[in-house]
Ligand binder design. Structure first.
Ligand SMILES: Cc1cc2nc3c(=O)[nH]c(=O)nc-3n(C[C@H](O)[C@H](O)[C@H](O)COP(=O)(O)OP(=O)(O)OC[C@H]3O[C@@H](n4cnc5c(N)ncnc54)[C@H](O)[C@@H]3O)c2cc1C
Length: 375
């Protein structure tokens, strides 16, 4: 039986960044990851540069593109372009590289990784978590972090997050070349995807294209439309491979911790239900999870309740509005595009959301204030 202070289930972005924080503080950490190293992760890699304050190492070498413009289209026309002001506030990173960079750094600080490994059972014996892994010895820890992503089995097992998680359906593909997307731009394409949108985020020499539907459980099975979208991004060769993924999205305020156990990232259902932004909440939740566990282990607190409160405050309050906007926008996308994107100030606001400068809550409050002062 091997013993650790903390065991983390899942070695993606949230698992690896939580491990890095905790091992840097001198705690013993084990990550249990079910997959071998992945070559491509279904993630377009768009992240607000302001998030670097939540990453405890320099990530310059995994930044593929620094974005200056955000383009919006409606069915490949009716362009709107928003300039991102100042130092590039939005970056495109290669997710598989970022995850690996964080993992390698965590290992330098003593984190151990077990991969590929599948957890069979978890139980509590004498105040410690006991984890059984197929064909391996038992592992024990004082704390448990659930970071097993959108298909999380363990979040539900410990009653962390919503009882009935909500999912966006997504398709991801990576194509060689930049198509017709200018190097320092990202493109959001509305109108083709039912109840959602498509995005093209350029890396150095390729583009991450994604399609997502966010309400009504709509599917992305219309090949003709999907091909039209790929062509609208400037690609003629349609012999690409796609990765389909159900992405767990934010669905209300919920408890994200139990007794010495908590959930982070997608496993905690934190992904933005309007724009599928999941890197930011993965990093924020990992930071606060590590902080709470550190405080508990150093006997400054005696439960993890603060973690759930902080995440609900720092992220949930904005996501309430993100969900409301998604429900209206994706139900009436044409009106949404005219009122939400084509309005003079709208592109700037969306750019501010992407850069982390403003939250959906800030924007909603502004709109309400404007309506009240008008009436
Ligand atoms: C198509 C697509 C495009 C996206 N684009 C963006 C974007 O541009 N910007 C953005 O901010 N967000 C984006 N997102 C969202 C973002 O990718 C996720 O929110 C983010 O990956 C969450 O990180 P995570 O570590 O919580 O989960 P994951 O990255 O999914 O990591 C979970 C890890 O747990 C492992 N695991 C699962 N089950 C087990 C188990 N039982 N035992 C052990 N290990 C297990 C998995 O193998 C995986 O390594 C996108 C998502 C999709 C699907």
């Amino acid at each position: 039986m091997k013993e650790f202070d903390i065991i983390i289930i899942g070695g993606g972005l949230s698992g690896s960044s939580t491990a890095l924080y905790l091992s840097k503080k001198g705690y013993s950490v084990l990550i249990i990851e079910k997959e071998t190293v992945q070559n491509i992760k279904p993630c377009a890699g768009g992240m607000a540069s302001s998030m670097k304050k939540f990453i405890p190492l320099d990530i310059e070498k995994v930044i593929e593109n620094k974005i200056r413009n955000v383009e919006f289209t409606w069915k490949a026309s009716d362009h709107v372009i928003a300039d991102l002001s100042g130092e590039s506030p939005f970056w495109i990173i290669k997710r598989e590289k970022l995850d690996l960079l964080l993992l390698d750094e965590a290992v330098k600080y003593g984190t151990e990784i077990l991969r590929p490994a599948k957890v069979e059972t978890i139980s509590k014996e004498n105040e410690k978590w006991t984890i059984n892994i197929r064909n391996k010895c038992k592992y024990r820890s004082e704390f448990l972090v659930i970071a097993d992503g959108s298909q999380s089995h363990w979040a539900g097992y410990f009653n962390l997050g919503p009882k009935q998680p909500k999912f966006a359906n997504t398709i991801a593909l990576r194509l060689k070349g930049l198509g017709n997307i200018p190097k320092n731009s990202v493109r959001f394409e509305f109108g083709f995807v039912k109840n959602g949108f498509a995005w093209g985020f350029p890396l150095k020499e390729s583009v991450n294209i994604g399609l997502g539907t966010f309400i009504n459980n709509s599917l992305l099975d219309n090949e003709e439309i999907n091909n039209k979208i790929i062509k609208s991004f400037g690609f003629e060769d349609l012999s690409f491979k796609v990765i389909k993924k159900k992405l767990r999205i934010w669905n209300g305020f919920h408890k994200l911790n139990g007794d010495k156990v908590l959930a982070v990232g997608d496993a905690a259902s934190l992904c933005d239900p309007f724009l599928a932004e999941g890197i930011r909440p993965a990093l924020i939740s990992s930071f606060y999870a590590a902080e709470s566990i550190d405080q508990y282990l150093s006997q400054r607190i005696d439960n993890l309740n603060n973690y759930s409160k902080t995440i609900n405050n720092e992220w949930g309050k904005s996501m309430v509005w993100g969900r409301r906007i998604a429900q209206v926008f994706y139900r009436f996308p044409k009106t949404g595009y005219q009122l939400g994107v084509k309005r003079k100030t709208a592109p700037k606001r969306i750019a501010q959301i992407l850069s982390g400068e403003m939250s959906y809550e800030d924007i909603a409050k502004r709109v309400i204030k404007r309506l009240l002062t008008r009436s």
